[in-house]
Design a protein around this ligand. Structure first.
Ligand code: XMP
Length: 333
């Protein structure tokens, strides 16, 4: 609509004034905020923006390809895709403590991003490298970082909106979404031409599947979990609630599968199986501080369970998490 159109014109003008003829680097995560920030900044300054997408090996199924298709393919933005999965999985080997896992993932993310920024500078492709670091910081993040917050919140923001990184890199900050609420960021994303499904996505934690694989993270576990999770999300998206006409994806605030590294016995044909367990989690919440488990239709749960067990060899049992927050948290770690 024209109101958003005016907003974009103004925001684009402001970004151009602030950046001038300098270069900007941005960490693209696939999440809503960094995606909308990237689309807006790209609209303003085109190839003066370089996006860095770090694949830590703990992303959802086809996530990396989807991000590349959208930003490099459709928007023609400069995107560097860094496959750092071996590095991350290597450093996570043998680590079981959730907060240690978070620290390792967050720390490596900063290292990898810094290395890319330095490389870009050294390559000197007609420029002196980026002088701005762009971040998808939104208004609630700004408020949050003023007040007291949980340990987890600190980790969250130190991961994506990389705390201290601008100083370490000697970069100026560019945060064009700083004054917007989440709903406004979403509207802006749609107005910039990003697909509805990307802009209305559930939140995904920075450490990704790293905190959805309980205990030690292994590639084998991540591969199984990715496939189970994709089936769950696909069914949530395609199952409509008769009353509201909305999909169960849109009726839940966050939904995902969790990998439990325990084996249980099952039967398959004439044989006995001894395989891993997956838990499904779906919650409804307005602020993520408290949350109710979602009363998904039995038919939906039934379909998801049978698809996962039939399609993902290595998983023979699916459970549904009926714990609310508090006392449980949304994530299992
Ligand atoms: P919990 O599990 O604390 O989650 O109820 C509340 C919200 O925060 C997200 N979350 C994280 N996001 N890094 C993130 O970027 C993290 O380490 C992290 N831990 C939890 C979680 O997905 C939920 O939306």
């Amino acid at each position: 609509d024209w109101v958003m159109g005016d907003y974009i014109t103004e925001a684009v003008q402001k970004i151009r004034e602030q950046v001038g003829d300098e270069e900007v680097i941005l960490g693209l995560s696939g999440g809503v905020d960094s995606s909308v920030a990237a689309a807006l900044i790209h609209r303003a300054i085109g190839d003066q923006l370089t996006c860095v997408f770090v694949d830590h090996g703990l992303l959802r199924l086809h996530e990396g390809d989807m991000v590349m298709d959208m930003f490099a393919g459709k928007l023609h933005a400069k995107v560097i895709r860094v496959d750092a999965s071996e590095l991350f999985l290597g450093k996570l080997a043998g680590v079981t403590d959730p907060e240690k896992k978070r620290k390792i993932i967050g720390g490596l993310f900063v290292d990898v991003f810094k290395a890319e920024a330095e490389k870009l500078k050294a390559s000197g492709q007609g420029h002196k490298g980026a002088t701005f670091l762009a971040q998808g910081t939104i208004y609630p993040d700004v408020i949050e970082s003023g007040g007291a917050k949980s340990k987890k919140a600190v980790t969250i923001k130190s991961h994506h909106n990389v705390g201290g990184l601008p100083e370490q890199l000697g970069l100026k900050l560019l945060e064009p979404l700083r004054e917007l609420f989440k709903d406004e960021v979403r509207e802006l994303g749609v107005a910039l031409g990003l697909p509805h499904d990307m802009v209305y996505r559930h939140p995904f934690p920075g450490p990704g599947l790293g905190v959805r694989i309980l205990g030690e993270v292994k590639k084998e576990y991540a591969d199984l979990l990715r496939r189970a999770d994709a089936i769950f999300i696909e069914e949530l998206r395609s199952t409509l609630d008769a009353d509201s006409g909305k999909s169960w994806y849109d009726l839940t605030s966050q939904a995902f599968a969790v990998f439990l590294p325990v084996k249980s016995v099952g039967v398959m044909g004439d044989g006995r199986t001894y395989d891993y367990v997956v838990a499904l989690r779906a919650v409804q919440t307005s602020d993520f501080m408290t949350a109710d488990w979602a009363e998904l239709p039995y038919a939906l749960l039934k379909k998801v369970s049978s698809r996962i067990i039939n399609e993902v060899r290595g998983i023979n049992r699916v459970t549904y998490d009926v714990s609310s927050k508090p006392p449980a948290t949304i994530e299992w770690e």
